[in-house]
Design a protein around this ligand. Structure first.
Ligand code: COI
Length: 354
């Protein structure tokens, strides 16, 4: 069935080539919507002009944060527009829905809707190096009720934002501090799904870290405060004695699509890689002995973000020589080359939209 489209009567000015695109500030002319009710299930997929929602103050999302979201990107590729492993994001969105007690979405229909939206908004996809069209699918609980329970109604929406680098510093090494006071995710909690609550709970720590001049915090596990987990907006990787190492997944770490891509690319590039528990003690010792050569974060928004220093117990430890390391650069360049269609796609990840 064709997807109904209502066109905007007031199209906005698109960014000019070369214009700075701070992350997630500018939105395109249209968005994708779909509704859920217990009676009708997911229904009424449609494209409409980007605009405000009207919701009652009692809508459950405002009170109990029954919400999930995703982050994906579309790229201007030679002669068209591409997506990177889009079904992986959509499948993860459904995993998040299951954990938040939200009815799972019909992914084939959602995907068709996404393609229709992207085709309509194709001229918003920026083409400058390092830019892309960020895609934010989101599901919110809309029932007007204050009892703590699963909502009976939901709204799904997808908005699009032309973006440059996630961190204002661009592809320059970040200063990260190990978070000592707060934790992000406890065993059995929601740490491994993409729900707004995980991010809301992380803001105070990030805010305090920014005030001290750091770009982000590195979370330790909540149970023992001993093992390295992730950086909220990114998974974390280390290069120790030439080996790529990242914390193994569990129920406290987001299973990043970029994380997975980096591990698979490492295989293609012949870089030995391990997923395992990584203690902070090990990282400190590896830094002291010179075995810790590189570190970087990986995520859809941030792509591959080099880490130049890690502050532990108030002491800044320089990683490698503090600059972007060769393995970080190789993985960054290969991944972005594949995403933009400038390099062969050995694992068949890129999907052509037009
Ligand atoms: C992403 O990498 O897409 C994220 O969702 C991280 C952050 C911007 C919330």
């Amino acid at each position: 069935m064709p997807i109904p489209v209502t066109l905007t009567q007031t199209p906005k000015q698109k960014p000019a080539p070369g214009q700075a695109l701070p992350f997630g500030r500018l939105f395109t002319d249209h968005m994708l919507l779909m509704d859920y009710s217990r009676k009708q299930g997911w229904h009424s997929l449609r494209v409409v002009p980007y605009g405000d929602f009207t919701l009652p103050p009692s809508a459950m999302v405002f009170h109990y944060a029954q919400e999930v979201f995703e982050g994906m990107k579309a790229y201007a590729a030679p002669g068209g527009l591409t997506l990177f492993r889009p079904m992986e994001n959509l499948k993860r969105m459904n995993a998040s829905c299951r954990r938040l007690c939200i009815p799972e979405m019909p992914l084939d229909e959602v995907y068709e809707g996404l393609l229709a939206l992207l085709k309509l908004e194709k001229d918003w996809v920026p083409a400058d190096p390092g830019t892309s069209l960020y895609i934010r699918p989101t599901v919110i609980a809309t029932e007007a009720a204050l009892g703590v329970k699963a909502s009976d109604t939901y709204l799904f929406f997808v908005i699009l934002s032309p973006v440059g680098a996630y961190y204002a510093s661009g592809f320059n090494p970040l200063k990260i501090v190990v978070e000592e006071a707060y934790t992000r995710a406890a065993p059995g909690g929601t740490g491994s799904v993409k729900c707004g609550g995980n991010y809301g709970g992380s803001i105070l720590a990030s805010y305090l870290a920014h005030e001290k001049g750091f770009d982000q915090v590195l979370w330790l596990d909540a149970a023992q405060r001993r093992y390295v987990e992730e950086v909220s907006s990114m998974n974390i990787f280390f290069v120790i004695n030439g080996q790529l190492v990242t914390p193994g997944l569990g129920d406290t770490i987001l299973p990043g699509i970029t994380r997975d891509a980096i591990l698979k690319l490492a295989g293609v590039l012949g870089i030995p890689a391990q997923e395992r528990r990584v203690s902070l003690e090990e990282i400190v010792a590896a830094q002291a002995s010179g075995a810790l050569q590189e570190a970087f974060g990986a995520g859809t928004a941030a792509v591959v973000a080099p880490i130049g220093s890690l502050t532990v117990d108030g002491k800044a430890l320089t990683i490698g020589n503090g600059a972007t390391g060769p393995i970080t650069k190789k993985l960054h360049d290969t991944l972005t080359g594949i995403q933009r269609g400038n390099q062969p796609d050995p694992l068949g990840w890129v999907v052509k939209v037009i």
